[in-house]
Design a protein around this ligand. Structure first.
Ligand code: MEV
Length: 312
């Protein structure tokens, strides 16, 4: 039996904008998905998904997951009609929208298959395989989630719209910073939300041009602020990024409620992360004390919460 891992992630800046070739910044988090793969003696494809989940997530994503596994097996040139394979997903990353659960499972499975079938993949190939898997979840992914899931760390990512290699720069923060991630309990379809944003952009290109320009200003300042640990500035830029996400209609009443709670209790910034319209938000909460306060408040209100660190 072989195993492989993939990191969970938070997009700090630039979800949705990254689809259109604008740069974004993503950070891996401490939690990971682990995939176990075992060859069987007769042709079959068995799947056991032992990941903890936000209720309904696995059922909602079942069809997409099947397609994703099929894509990865194709990329790895493994035919389950010839070889029997047992796949099991586990690990401490909860299966939820907005935290990179799908990409983490794709990277984990690619790594486990690489080992079990001695494919000789390096991380670049693992990332390409995970990208094929991500297509099963949302047709035309930017590639940011599988990149974070494969490499970990803090990454500046820019999609190559011509199909060549993407820009993937590792960033270093002087000191890691505490964040709190909280889940709305709602599962969003990335494919649907991305398609809806595209439709809005088609209807009102002028509005989007202005939003994209404002975003470009935010992301260049965010890179500098992160590298220099300017925490107030990072928080302020997160709030500004969230404002643009509101304008493209990917926030939701539940996310807005949670963002307000985090800011009211002293977070330096708060925004949705990932697809939006459900899924997760995160708050910048430097120091264990503030992180504890805000995570306790969310827990008391019944939200699923993770305390983690960016910039490790
Ligand atoms: C989803 O985690 C991030 C999106 O920007 C989609 C993508 O980048 O493919 C919404």
């Amino acid at each position: 039996m072989s195993s492989g891992y993939g990191y969970g992630k938070v997009i700090l800046f630039g979800e949705h904008f990254v689809v259109y070739g604008l740069p974004a910044i993503v950070s891996a988090i401490g939690s990971r998905t682990i995939a176990y793969v075992q060859k069987l003696t007769s042709p079959d494809l068995q799947l056991i998904d032992d990941r903890q989940e936000v209720p309904g997530y696995k059922k909602d994503k079942k069809e997409e997951q099947n397609k994703s596994i099929e894509n990865i097996l194709n990329y790895c040139k493994i035919d389950p009609k010839k070889y029997g394979i047992n796949v099991r997903f586990s690990g401490d990353l909860v299966a939820a929208s907005g935290i990179g659960a799908s990409a983490a499972s794709c990277a984990a499975l690619s790594r486990a298959l690489n080992q079990e079938f001695s494919l000789g993949f390096d991380d670049e190939k693992i990332n390409l395989s995970a990208f094929e898997g991500e297509k099963g979840y949302h047709g035309n992914p930017s590639g940011i989630d599988n990149t974070a899931a494969t490499y970990g760390g803090l990454i500046w990512f820019k999609r190559n719209l011509n199909g060549g290699p993407n820009i993937i720069d590792k960033l270093n923060m002087k000191d890691p910073v505490n964040i709190v991630i909280a889940n709305t309990g709602l599962t969003a379809s990335t494919a649907k939300v991305v398609a809806d944003v595209r439709k809005q952009k088609g209807k009102d290109p002028k509005k989007f041009e202005k939003i994209f320009n404002d975003y470009c200003d935010i992301i260049s300042k965010a890179r500098k602020a992160l590298i220099e640990n300017q925490l107030d500035e990072i928080g302020d830029l997160m709030n500004k990024n969230q404002n643009l996400l509101r304008q493209i209609n990917v926030s939701s009443p539940e996310l807005e409620k949670m963002i307000k709670i985090a800011l009211d209790y002293g977070a330096l910034g708060a925004k949705l992360t990932g697809t939006g319209r459900g899924g997760n938000m995160f708050a910048l909460t430097p120091g264990k004390g503030l992180q504890e306060t805000i995570s306790n408040i969310f827990e008391k209100k019944g939200y699923m919460v993770w305390k983690t660190t960016i910039g490790i």
